[in-house]
Design a protein around this ligand. Sequence first.
Ligand code: 5AD
Ligand code: SF4
Length: 471
Amino acid sequence: MPKSDVRAFDVPFEQLKKQREYAALARTVLESRYGGKAPLAYVHTFGCQGNVSDSERMKGWLAQMGYGFTDVIEEADFVLFNTCAVREHAHDRVFGNVGALKPIKQNKPDMIIALCGCMMQQEHVWQKIKKSYPFVNLVFGTHALHRIPELMYKVLCSGKRVFEVENCDGYIAEGIPVRRDGSFKGWLPIMYGCNNFCSYCIVPYVRGRERSRSSQAVIAEARELIASGCKDITLLGQNVNSYNRESGEMSFAQLLEEINNIDGDFRIRFMTSHPKDCTFELLDTMARCEKVSRHLHLPFQSGNNRVLKEMNRGYTREKYLSLVEYAKKVMPDISLTSDIIVGFPGETYEEFRDTVSLIEAVEFTSLFTFIYSPREGTKAASMPDPISREDKGKWFRELTLAQEKIAAKRSQKMVGQTYRVLCEECNGGLLSGRTDGSVMIDFPGDESYIGRFVDVKVTACRNWTLSGEIV
Ligand code: 5AD
Ligand code: SF4
């Protein structure tokens, strides 16, 4: 990017250069500490694809520092947990996993333990780690991910605990090395942070303000992915529809079009879209771009207008349904998925039934359904919440049952049809692949197909599992 275009949140080139120097210094320290043998890192990621993508970048730095990687925690010289704060369940799992490290570290006192990501941006969390988990060496929040070489170097040289939990609006760092988890599926972040402040959500507090990567950087990374054989690229952001809203540099629809125009046989997906910013123009672009999957993940959270207002979502049930209607009109084969929250504070059973009627009207392919989980510091956490957990559990099961019926009907309709599928896994002679609409199909085949597109005819549907054969 030309110097004049550097924005306030862009990490300056000199800062990145400094991090590369720290990585080289850390490498030298590690080489002498481990006698030239590569130390091993164990990296575990909790939460969403945004975290998975962040971990791929941190692993890129760790590889530059000379680390190899292991899936066996007891073997590791360095353990990194990239944490998630979005619901209580993820929060509890992180603390459970950290507690379990204590006896492991007792057997291996040189082990370095680090915690990073969303939970570490919350003061009550890092204070608790500081006080009650003395065996944790390093803690850093989402805004310091690009500084892992410097932080590791500090830990290695001082032997002291390091806490880097600056509360700020966030940065964008380009030029970070990436060590990707897979070769044919790639995560491609296009923006970070969120400005929406949905009343239940912790994300804007822990990931900072919305900021977009330059289209130049995104397109260059897309080209790299495609050149390296990637077949399925997912563009990532909390609200991809507002990509470049501030700068107006290039809209999300234009970005899709640009990536679609890159030569090669690949698919483009994106998540997450926000119904308040999703436009008919975007849906038209999706329809026009042959490499953009006919899959739209469009979380509606609740089907009731009063609840949507309390959630600060910025759209109505009617607006959501009009988007779905238009999407189906311009892409009759569109596959829709969504996120839903059951039991938002003050939601009544009748209001919850509006959510059920909405899923019946839309006929989603699949849903991610969550029981409301109060997050400290959000607006909803202080709203009266009279419905018991038990009742919310009943509503949750009612919703799941309704969706199972819809999914069974949709799956049944797929029998006899042929789909282009990207082969992802092979277990005992059975391949699993994903359709353009993100539906999994199992079919006989061998490992040589992994990472390739094949046409599969669906022959049977049993308990929501689709099976087929290559045609
Ligand atoms: N409680 C339950 N679910 C939540 N989500 C976000 N915050 C909460 C919360 N406090 C869900 C939303 C969002 C998805 C990523 O997580 O449905 O779309
Ligand atoms: Fe959270 Fe709403 Fe932002 Fe999504 S759009 S990350 S739900 S605040």
